[in-house]
Design a protein around this ligand. Structure first.
Ligand SMILES: C[S@@+](CC[C@H](N)C(=O)[O-])C[C@H]1O[C@@H](n2cnc3c(N)ncnc32)[C@H](O)[C@@H]1O
Length: 338
């Protein structure tokens, strides 16, 4: 993964931009112009935009098949709901790491780019990059954000231009070699810089066992079984701390949160978190989550997946099921003298 070779998304100027468009004089010589131009036009080529359509959903094309969740509008809406869920959960904080005046920041697997955009608004001095397999981020964004199409599981080439802060959120079921991404983050953050990962223990639980035997438990058992069989990391939350230690980070901090499914908790804060969790899952979240994993790896039909999803959705409305997920925010610092 390298900023120089990644395919940069073409952006359109915001409404109201003056006719005198400023010239980018940052290139070093004319011979580089052709390369730069081709990197822009590459973002429009079929390798990126000729999306895969399957069972009524749309999927990324770059590195076709490596990510099993859709990249269509319903999924993008769901991701934006996940962002709100995360903000409510973390008392409207985008991150917990004690960063100071970051200049160069990357959001790995940025999704709709909403975290990167909010971060860039909060830190106008910072240059913020969001990278993802899909170029589905908005084109009108703060001037200090740019989006790249790239695969975070490939080797990185950021060591010569490292970051002050590297952030990643909700990569459960997204990637296979999660530990390698953390090692690459260590290599690509400046000495003294911070890395923060926020992620799920995908398997739900309940203190009173009320989720057992329900459509919800069956859904997660079937779907995560398919993801795990295909090599994806489903429970990164519980492993992040050890991976950070193994990579060499110091000053590691772990914060564990609870995400209820639904509005069953009495506590107003948890009720609100649970409402967002249920809302995002009902926004075609169950189908989107399960469709590719079960049809590609377990030979289920689309109709069978829809039935599984609708049983989960129906049981999700029951107040007597007290299911929740554990969610972890882990950050660590690369030693100053490394
Ligand atoms: C559940 S979404 C999370 C999006 C975002 N981090 C957030 O919290 O709003 C997972 C994202 O990971 C991206 N992704 C999956 N595998 C990837 C890879 N190997 N390289 C880059 N992005 C990847 C997907 O395209 C998707 O946008």
């Amino acid at each position: 993964m390298a900023e120089t070779c990644a395919q940069e998304q073409a952006t359109t100027p915001a409404a109201g931009v003056p006719a005198n468009v400023e010239v980018d004089n940052s290139y070093e010589n004319d011979s580089a112009y052709g390369d730069e131009l081709s990197s822009y036009s590459a973002s429009l080529t079929s390798s990126v935009l000729d999306y895969r359509h399957e069972n009524g959903r749309r999927y990324h094309k770059f590195r076709d098949g490596v990510y099993l969740l859709p990249n269509d509008e319903p999924e993008n809406d769901r991701m934006d709901m996940l962002h709100e869920l995360s903000l409510v959960l973390m008392h409207r904080k985008l991150y917990l790491a004690p960063i100071k005046n970051p200049q160069r920041v990357i959001d790995l697997a940025t999704g709709t780019g909403i975290w990167a955009i909010d971060f860039a608004d909060e830190h106008p001095q910072a240059e913020v990059i969001g990278c993802d397999l899909s170029p589905t981020q908005p084109s009108v964004v703060p001037p200090n954000v740019k989006f790249l199409v790239d695969d975070i599981e490939s080797d990185w080439a950021y060591e010569s231009n490292p970051f002050d802060f590297i952030h990643a959120r909700s990569l459960a079921v997204s990637i296979r070699n999660y530990e390698k991404v953390i090692r690459e983050s260590y290599r690509s953050v400046k000495p003294g810089g911070w890395v923060e990962f926020q992620d799920w223990d995908g398997y739900p639980t309940s203190e009173d066992g009320s989720h057992k035997g329900t459509g919800l438990q069956r859904f997660y058992d079937e779907v995560y079984g398919a993801f795990e069989g295909a090599g994806y990391e489903v429970r990164p939350g519980i492993k992040l701390e050890q991976w950070f230690k193994d990579a060499g980070f110091v000053n590691i901090h772990v914060e564990k949160f609870i995400i209820p499914y639904g509005i069953w908790p009495k506590d107003r804060y948890l009720k609100k978190v649970g409402a967002w969790c249920q809302t995002q899952a009902e926004a075609l979240g169950f189908e989107g989550f399960a469709m590719a994993a079960l049809t590609r790896f377990k030979n289920w039909t689309k109709e069978e997946v829809m039935v599984l999803a609708s049983q989960a959705r129906a049981d999700g409305k029951r107040r007597d099921i007290h299911m929740y997920f554990d969610y972890y925010v882990v950050y660590g610092q690369r030693p100053e003298n490394s």
